[in-house]
Design a protein. Sequence first.
Length: 205
Amino acid sequence: MEKNYRINGFEQIKSFYIWLFNNQDKRITPQHVSLYQFFLNQDNRNNWVEWFVCPFETSMTGSCIGSKKTYYKVLHDLQNWNLIQYKAGKNGLYMPLIKLEILNFSENKFVKRDKKSIGKKQIDVDFFDLYKDPRWQKRRLEIMQRDKFACRNCGNTEKTLNVHHLIYIKDMKPWEYEDKLLITMCEDCHEEEGKSKDILKKFIN
């Protein structure tokens, strides 16, 4: 193992989605996201080793990819985009060795295209600045008051609290979600939720 190889699962997921928003020009599909998230889950199960074995049949099942051709294309894309490395194992690509590249993106600036002028006008949007907006701060307080300033997962009232979006809907501002899609979570539960392998299933394009 490389001396400095160490992955923080929460930061890795966060950085991956920052990378995703920053690379909207790439043909990223749900299969790419699903396979990457599955590799992340498998590395976590292996205690974040540098290289881990992941049979292609297991990977296809875990990422809901039904075609070998699609699987190998997605695998190659992830490597070409410098998100992973892979090399043939003892049985070739049947049991390849996978390595997650450590991601460390701190800004989530992505390009939003005006439908009337695609290819001409591009607007830089700082995604995380939306959470500084007074409208979100007001909405956040309303949800915490509804939940009586307690984590809906563990009931804790003393830890730092966050308001969590149960799903993410394209082009919707954080404060525009219905009450039923927002819950109060303590910092620890919120972090664990971010690590969950089911995050992909909740992501709506």
